[in-house]
Design a protein around this ligand. Structure first.
Ligand code: ZN
Length: 281
């Protein structure tokens, strides 16, 4: 996978200033280019009239909200400079292998990475965005309808979710201690949720948007479970690894770890905790 339909915002800002020139030069050049531009416009227009296929593919539904100019959107990202390159993935201290669980809360000095906004108010780490976009595009190209229902969460949002769960349990008659313990089984305590890293997304089938075990039977999950590693994602909380992850089976929670780690984890049937334990230091 070396071709991405849309680069991150970083690529955009790096590419744009190149076209700058001094105003006088630009005027002269534009006068010279005007007849060519008109000819181009004419040809382009007639192409449309003749039913040319320049219309964007109906399968390409970008997750990103912002529209980038077409010439920039076509620019492939060189895999050698991609942040998730395999050479780095073997080292467990990389950004994409950050371990966050009940025993490993987010580091005190954790800086929220540059984010790419997605549709529906969602966001993901810009470095993982091209892979997510490609996975969603390819899943749709297979005739399916994946829908992101959760992504990056601020600490405040995680606290709000935890408090909400706590309140519900207290209202149900749990003692404060019991409620606290029970809430943590369902909602990660603030600072221990992978969603705060901006590397995790919950994806459901548009036809079945319920977070329960039945989700694994949906065509979208079947496709994602088979292919997510190709894009650097893992199903983070498999059914038989709950003892190690501390989280129950979640057949909708995908975590970006880079392709090398994702493929090793999938092939060797590991969870991230096991992979990192065995990874070279
Ligand atoms: Zn999740």
């Amino acid at each position: 996978m070396t071709y991405y339909p849309k680069p991150s915002a970083r690529t955009q800002s790096r590419t744009l200033p190149k076209g700058r020139s001094f105003p006088r030069q630009r005027r002269r050049r534009s006068r010279r280019l005007l007849p060519l531009a008109l000819l181009g416009l004419l040809l382009f227009g007639s192409g449309f009239l003749l039913g040319s296929t320049r219309v964007p593919s109906p399968l390409s539904q970008p997750e990103e909200r912002t529209d980038l100019p077409a010439q920039i959107a076509q620019e492939p990202i060189a895999s050698s400079t991609s942040p998730g390159s395999p050479a780095q993935a073997a080292d467990k201290d990389t950004w994409e292998l950050l371990l966050v669980n009940a025993e490993h809360p987010l580091p005190e000095d954790f800086q929220v990475p540059e984010l790419t906004a997605l549709r529906g108010g969602h966001a993901i780490d810009s470095r993982a965005y091209p892979a997510l976009q490609q996975m969603m595009d390819d899943c749709r190209a297979a005739g399916l309808e994946p829908t992101i229902c959760s992504s990056y969460r601020t600490r405040d949002k995680q606290e709000e979710l935890f408090e909400k769960k706590l309140d519900t349990l207290l209202q149900q008659g749990y003692s404060p201690e019991e409620a606290e313990r029970e809430a943590a089984r369902w909602v990660a305590r603030p600072g221990t949720s992978e969603h705060e890293t901006a590397l995790a997304v919950d994806i459901v089938d548009a036809a079945y948007q319920i977070l329960d075990q039945q989700q694994e039977q949906t065509p979208v999950q079947q496709w994602l479970m088979t292919h997510c590693a190709e894009y650097g994602f893992i199903l983070r909380y498999p059914t038989d690894k709950s003892d190690l992850t501390g989280i129950g089976y979640e057949p909708w929670h995908y975590r970006y770890v880079g392709t090398e780690a994702a493929e090793a984890i999938t092939e060797q049937h590991l969870c991230l905790e096991e992979y990192l334990r065995d990874a070279p230091t």
